[in-house]
Ligand binder design. Structure first.
Ligand code: IVH
Length: 674
């Protein structure tokens, strides 16, 4: 073998690690995905031809390896403890007083405060800079060896970076949380549903299920991510404080949560907690509290640990998102695809700051499995923006007078037969002109990810369908002022606004258009995949089922559903009427518009004309990038009404601050060139 090939392999490995780190950890890629793929394929081919060139840290191993029979277990060198919980500021203050007492002589105690991620704790072991082993937390003393699975996570460095961090530690045990962010979780479930698989209940279960796969090739397809927050045993890593340690980890190539704050006083940690309770649902991942840690490592050592928890840290948890209440009645809703969903109407109960009155029971099997009856006391859960659901019945509260629920044999909206098809959990109304389906499909059409028609509420839609003013979503574009103003709960000003919004939405990207049609199994993610592959809607409508199934990421169930949708004359007619109404579809393929390419934007405050997601889509369509927080890499901060703390940060860093008009100008210029 030509010795230069070994040099080439080494160079490729280094480059691939560097670019993967820039992309997944720093969120600041230097090369395009296509260029990355080219380098990756070159390395795969080299290793295929000369297997002796594949090293244990090769990025090609990120794709997973053949399945294991079972996981081995192994002991943690230092136990992985859990955390003491606090549910009120007083409990955190009590913790602080205890720390003060035990650290007598140290007046001014500083803390680090970190969002508590709801994922899985793991430990990564590096020897001389290479990842050699990864363990789950297990019972805290012994965990399962999941090294192959961990290798597939792009945010995990396979080799440590040396830049600026001095010599590499001989031994490094790093601990952190593996998780899946909300958007990826949604996409993953969408794909599973389309493949006829059961969706995961929440991101945490999805992360756990993905990480504990015996076949790491499956893990490799799951969107796992990881933040590191602590250490096991370390050698030669000289840090005096927790914050210093985290920044050393960052330099070594790990991903550390950018929201970590420290060193700060206790009061600041408490106000950070308040801030997070407001912000938590806008974060891309789920958190369940704030971990407050004594920052000074020597003080940590002095404080030590009990058998279960360290004395230098406390988890200040957010208020419960589960409560018990009573089921008053169970009603059946009919959705846009004709699916009948049993919904429990509850005695109103506040959960996490919102009054919950209804909770979904999903379907007949779920009602039966949980055995939910009218009059039961139930545990209800609200997580993030998702619809509240009944978790279980509190059976000790059963009195025997509760009434079991049976699924109706007829659609409660139109009276046609409701049937359950073989192999499906859902009961459906088969009448395609059922008004409930029409109402639901129009509401979907107008929803945020679709045509985003703000100001059009479900009440308005219901009225218009009932009056025969809307027979399909296309009719929205033919509404006149008189009709809209005549609706209940609609003044002249809101009527005018609504019509203006409808007219402004006539130009729409292809992916939104596809999503808006409400094809079964086609969510936002799938719609985006389709739009990226096809120049026009007409091209999609012409494809055969087999051709659709060939598109990367589109499974057979989805392909068949899409194909069937466009074969139906009523659906083709709606598409035609939309086009006749003047709806213009813009290709959402990566347009050759690069006016904003290489420019990074951050948004703060409420914009006037554009919604956040619209602004993001348009910036991206023009080749720009949108990120969540201001850093030295940010080019522009776009400010709307009442901007947040990002504005100060931008000023500190000298980032250019622009308003929405200026953004529109930049976008306008970008669109002109397309
Ligand atoms: S420190 C010895 N920091 O919470 C202290 N834990 O309830 C070790 N967790 O098992 C934990 N985010 O899975 C720490 N920033 C964070 C965390 C965090 C999430 C989890 C971790 C741990 C559990 C304890």
């Amino acid at each position: 073998m030509d010795p230069t090939l070994s040099d080439r392999a080494q160079w490729l490995r280094r480059e691939l690690h560097r670019h993967s780190h820039r992309y997944h950890v720093l969120d600041d890629p230097e090369i395009s995905d296509a260029e990355y793929d080219r380098l990756f394929r070159e390395l795969v081919e080299l290793e295929d031809q000369y297997p002796q060139l594949q090293t244990p840290d090769s990025p090609t191993l990120r794709v997973g390896a053949p399945p294991l029979e079972k996981f081995e277990s192994a002991a943690h060198t230092l136990p992985m403890l859990s955390l003491e919980n606090a549910f009120a500021a007083e409990e955190v203050q009590a913790f602080h007083r205890r720390v003060q007492r035990q650290l007598e002589g140290i007046e001014d105690i500083r803390y680090t405060a970190e969002p508590k991620l709801d994922g899985l704790a793991v430990e990564l072991v590096y020897r001389d800079g290479s990842l050699v082993r990864a363990l789950t937390r297990g019972d805290g003393f012994t965990g399962e060896v999941i090294t192959r699975n961990i290798r597939t996570i792009p945010a995990v460095p396979l080799t440590l970076r040396t830049a600026g961090a001095g010599p590499l530690p001989a031994l490094l045990e790093v601990r952190g949380e593996v998780f899946i962010n909300r958007e990826d979780f949604g996409n993953l479930n969408e794909e599973r549903l389309a493949k006829g698989e059961t969706p995961f209940a929440n991101p945490r279960n999805a992360a756990a299920g993905s990480l504990r796969q015996l076949d790491s090739r499956i893990t490799a397809t799951r969107p796992l991510d990881m933040f590191v927050y602590g250490a096991g045993r370390l050698s030669d890593l000289l840090c005096r404080s927790h914050v210093e340690m985290l920044s050393a980890f960052r330099s070594l190539g790990f991903k550390v949560n950018p929201l970590v704050r420290g060193p700060i006083r206790l009061e600041e940690a408490l106000s950070f907690y308040e801030e997070l309770t407001q912000k938590r649902h806008d974060l891309p991942y789920e958190i369940d509290g704030l971990v407050i840690k004594v920052d000074d490592l020597e003080s940590q050592a002095t404080l030590g640990a009990t058998s279960r928890t360290p004395r230098w840290a406390v988890a200040y948890k957010f208020p419960a998102t589960q409560e018990t209440t009573r089921v008053l009645r169970i009603e059946v809703q009919v959705g846009r695809t004709g699916v009948l969903t049993p919904v429990a109407h509850l005695e109103p109960v506040p959960i996490g700051g919102v009054t919950v009155r209804r909770a979904t029971l999903h379907n007949e099997d779920e009602v039966r499995r949980k055995d939910v009856r009218i009059g039961d006391t139930v545990l209800v859960q609200r997580a993030g923006d998702v619809i509240p659901e009944v978790v279980k019945v509190v059976s000790s509260k059963r009195r025997g007078t509760e009434i079991p629920f049976t699924m109706p044999k007829r659609c409660p909206q139109c009276g046609s037969a409701a049937v359950r098809l073989v192999g499906e959990a859902a009961t459906r109304c088969l009448n395609t002109s059922c008004p409930a389906q029409l109402k639901g499909s129009i509401a979907h059409f107008a929803s945020k990810g679709a045509f985003d028609i703000e100001g059009l509420g479900t009440r308005h839609i219901d009225q218009m369908v009932e009056k025969g003013l809307l027979t399909s979503a296309a009719d929205l574009f033919f509404l006149d002022h008189g009709t809209v103003e005549g609706l209940e709960r609609m003044g002249p000003k809101s009527a005018e606004n609504l019509l203006a919004v409808i007219s402004a939405r006539k130009t729409i990207s292809l992916d939104r258009f596809i999503y808006a049609l409400g094809v079964r199994h086609v969510g936002e993610h799938a719609a985006r995949l389709l739009a990226e592959h096809l120049p026009t809607l007409q091209a999609l409508m012409k494809l055969s089922e087999a051709e659709i199934a060939e598109i990367d990421g589109i499974g057979p169930v989805m392909a068949s559903s899409i194909h069937r949708f466009f074969r139906q004359p009523e659906n083709r007619e709606v598409v035609q009427r939309l086009l006749d109404a003047g709806v213009r579809i813009q290709a959402s393929q990566r347009v050759e518009d690069d006016r904003l390419s290489g420019r990074t934007f951050v948004m703060t405050g409420a914009l006037q004309t554009l919604s956040r997601s619209e602004a993001k889509n348009r910036i991206e369509a023009a080749g720009g990038r949108v990120t969540g927080s201001v850093s030295a890499q940010t080019d522009f901060l776009v400010t709307g009404a009442s901007p947040g703390s990002k504005l100060n940060k931008a000023r500190d860093l000298g980032v250019e601050v622009i308003d929405e008009d200026r953004l529109l100008e930049m976008l306008g210029a970008a669109a002109d060139s397309a």
